[in-house]
Design a protein around this ligand. Structure first.
Ligand code: ZN
Length: 557
């Protein structure tokens, strides 16, 4: 169905709450598996209805933030959606305790039951006031960052608009732009510290209600980590320190030579030679190039992209009243069809929407007829679909970047590699912080400075006071908003690089494996799904060896 034709109706949450309670009772009363399964199908349908209205409302609000109707509806949903939470947990409990668990397991898979366990084990109603406090603190952080006003050559700019200058071809401009943006974080350091300190203490208090000393286990449960724990993640980070950090240091030196400076500073790492590659053509032409690319890539991707176009599932052209940023979501009651939202602004980011966000959307399209439980994938898996698509799309980059396609490919590969140590540093930092909730803000910053030496020994912060004193992490919103979400990108990037190495020797075999992985969804656990399609699990010792060798050669270091 075309997006503009989709009907929005306000949800009656009180009524929905009653319906969930009735279904919970029906689940408990079911005499046979068939009866129980019919109840579960009704429950899925109901949750589709509710989340579809929430999604439609959110998208229409983001498309035009001045639309008063959807502004009010958004407020209404924000306020009342949490009121059915307890009823939903009640239903999960009834399903989890069903005497027909074995038969359910056949239909919806073992991962679903593990997720239910996490949902039930890691929640007590006493946590709710603390959860509300946590949300308010995150909102305070987001507002503080969003309202940043940087005085720049007679103009007042926000942080995203400063990117143009922190990546400028002119070295002095980059340096000055960084000094300005980090100056904002220095000026507000006390408030950034206060918000984070309160968040750490609030999250720790929630964990204590569950009987844990620290937040880490609860944080893992909230990320739905149903297959691995901090030990495996640590093993991965250790491998990264051993194998990827030295390669990143070499890439750093190669970058210095390429741009022809005596010494590379942090403000040189955002810059490629001759300026960063920018896409050619209008936003409409970029979208048309995306269509052509997906049609040529495979019949399935062509079918996907045209389905998206025919059903108005892209809103990617920048407009004044649109919300910032980009995302992919889906609308459950219309066959889970994906929706891609973005603001094209004539930077390489526009092409990322076509490759990265459409990678997510393509996976969503492939699994649109699956049950909710199979579609409920975790982030380290979801990001494989998108980050690998960025590499599968590389042969078409001439369409987007013309004669700078090679520059784009080199830049992309280098960036993908050097990102991994940074992401692992963000992750280790959070493990240290939550294991020691009484650290002072000053002690946290000192830890960050120590970690920088381990993960990015080549980085020189010059005379930047904010970065020299361990303040860089305060720019990383995930650290505030989504604890322990970040290693997911590192794990996924590792797999994407494995695909990159594979596709360069056998594109078709790599592509077939990718399609298989997309289709698997959450049928099985992460560490079992990857080997099924011939991909190594990033936690295994030696998993990075081959990739590091191949990628090192490609980068010429
Ligand atoms: Zn993504």
């Amino acid at each position: 169905m075309k997006f503009s034709e989709m009907k929005y109706e306000r949800i009656d949450y009180a009524k929905v709450g009653e319906e969930i309670k009735a279904l919970t009772q029906a689940m408990r009363d079911a005499k046979t598996f068939e009866e129980a399964f019919a109840v579960h199908e009704k429950s899925s349908k109901l949750s589709h209805e509710v989340s579809s209205m929430i999604q439609i409302c959110m998208i229409r609000h983001d498309i035009d933030t001045t639309d008063e109707f959807y502004d009010k509806e958004q407020e209404y949903n924000d306020e009342f959606a949490p009121t059915i939470r307890e009823a939903q947990v009640g239903y999960t409990k009834a399903l989890y305790e069903s005497p027909f668990k074995a038969q359910f397991m056949e239909k919806i898979g073992p991962v679903a039951f593990k997720n239910m366990e996490l949902e039930l084990e890691y929640f007590v109603p006493e946590m709710v006031p603390l959860m509300q406090e946590e949300n308010a603190l995150v909102t305070r952080y987001e507002k503080l960052v969003a309202t940043a006003k940087i005085e720049w050559e007679g103009e007042t700019l926000n942080l995203p608009l400063m990117t143009k200058y922190t990546t400028s071809p002119d070295r002095e401009t980059r340096k000055k732009a960084f000094a300005k943006t980090t100056g904002f974080f220095m000026d507000n350091r006390a408030e950034f510290d206060e918000i984070y300190d309160k968040l750490v203490k609030c999250r720790t208090a929630q964990a204590k209600l569950l009987g844990f000393d620290t937040y880490t286990k609860l944080g893992y449960a909230r990320m739905q980590r149903n297959d691995y724990g901090p030990d495996q993640v640590k093993a991965f980070r250790d491998e990264v320190k051993k194998k990827i950090v030295p390669l990143a240091t070499k890439a750093h030196e190669a970058r210095r030579k390429r741009i022809g400076v005596d010494h590379l500073y942090y403000y040189d790492t955002t810059f490629f030679v001759n300026g960063n590659p920018e896409p050619i053509g209008t936003p409409e032409e970029i979208l048309a190039s995306g269509k052509k690319m997906y049609e040529e890539l495979s019949p399935l991707t062509g079918e996907f992209f045209n389905y998206m176009l025919d059903n108005e599932r892209f809103d990617v052209l920048g407009r004044k009243t649109k919300r910032n940023g980009g995302y992919m979501t889906s609308i459950p009651n219309d066959d889970n069809t994906p929706f891609v939202f973005a603001n094209f602004n004539k930077t390489a980011g526009d092409v990322d929407v076509i490759t990265h966000e459409c990678g997510h959307a393509f996976q969503g399209y492939l699994t649109r007829k699956d049950c909710d439980e199979y579609r409920n994938i975790t982030m380290e898996t979801a990001e494989i679909h998108s980050m690998s698509m960025e590499f599968f799309a590389e042969p078409w980059m001439e369409q987007f970047f013309g004669d700078r396609a090679d520059d784009y490919r080199s830049y992309h590969l280098e960036d993908s590699l050097t990102f991994i140590p940074y992401g692992c540093m963000v992750d280790e930092f959070q493990h240290i912080v939550y294991a020691n909730p009484d650290m002072t803000p000053e002690e946290r910053r000192m830890k960050w400075v120590e970690l920088e030496k381990e993960y990015r020994p080549h980085m020189d912060y010059g005379d930047n006071e904010c970065y020299l004193t361990g303040g860089l992490w305060q720019r990383q919103s995930h650290i505030y908003a989504m604890p322990f979400y970040y290693i997911d990108y590192c794990l996924a990037q590792t797999v994407a690089l494995e695909y990159k190495a594979w596709m360069d020797t056998d594109y078709k075999a790599a592509w077939d494996s990718y399609i298989e992985l997309c289709k698997q969804g959450a049928r099985d656990f992460y560490s079992k799904s990857l080997p099924k399609v011939g991909i190594k699990v990033p936690f295994e010792a030696g998993c990075l060896d081959e990739t590091v060798e191949v990628i090192g050669k490609k980068l010429g270091v």
